[in-house]
Unconditional design. Sequence first.
Length: 374
Amino acid sequence: MKRLRLSYVIHLFALLHGVVCALCALVGVPDTVLLTLMTMVMTVIICTSRELRVEATAFAIIFVNIGGFLLGTSLARLFDLFMEADWVPNTIATILTTELIGWLLYWCTGRLPRAWYIRLSRGRVGILIFAIIGVFLVRMAASLKSEGFTVSGLDLAPAAVVDVVAVLFAAFFAVVLYGVAMHERELGHRADLRYATLKNLVNPHFLFNSLNILDGLIEPENKAAKDYLRRLSQLYRYMTVHEKESLVYLEDERNFARDYIQLLSVRFPDSIRVHTTVRDEDLRTRIVPCSLQILLENATKHNAFSKEQPLDIELTSEKGWLTVRNNTRPRTSPSPSTGVGLHYIQTRYQDLSERDIEVIRDKEHFTVRVPLID
């Protein structure tokens, strides 16, 4: 869907709109339902190919249909002044309107804030259905405008009524979306509160005091144990210091990764080989905190390795990217993968940068490329 040529889609639907409009006029049947349905399909295709989330797609369906109706009827009245055949003005207006709203939607969907895209919200099908039903009701009101009806001598279908109904429906839908957004924000606040409560149960001061006590209990001659405990303490201190930061310097992250690698080498002696080639000019670029540790942990979690067949991990930086690459040898009994680690890194970069991480899999290697931010 990403590679779909949207220009072809817009031209195709403009042509289909014109054909349907002309045929319905010649046969003498209403074209409201068919034109509305085709406009919705075109809107969904464009929004899906742009990876907009469901709420944004529903929002687009409403304004494309309402805006298309208002623009189309205005153009039809204008062309009607210069053309005699009844179906010709409507057909031309329909084709031009579809082209205009199609390209406007294409242009707008490429310039929306990142929060409008699919990564933040999925499955709001109810909102989408609500939008579709609402659009059909507004279009039914539009058909009443042409037929006209009265109650107690009052004309209930003047031209302005449909416009007012359309605007009110759009405003109402905007209020609904705002309510949904506020509800999700409240859920996020509750999750943050639960996280803060759990974090307080493992107080950093208590943790570091316990590690210091443990260090005092280790015999001075046991240098390996003391060095392991020191590096472990440094890891937790790094995570505590940088937990609220969005980005850290690559130099700090590299040093943090070195301590983590040393801990891995104690756990898997002579079984992991890490080759680091980071350019000096890249050390002052920035990266998402703990992203290297997550990628290193994933490599050890999902691969089988030993002294005879070690795990080789390469850390390199070039042309604004940090690349983490490891050989793959799947475990005979693979660990369950939640995908949380990669998903965390990906969503953080989507929030902070216009560039996404790149994940490359082949038969022999697994590679993740992470953007370096200046």
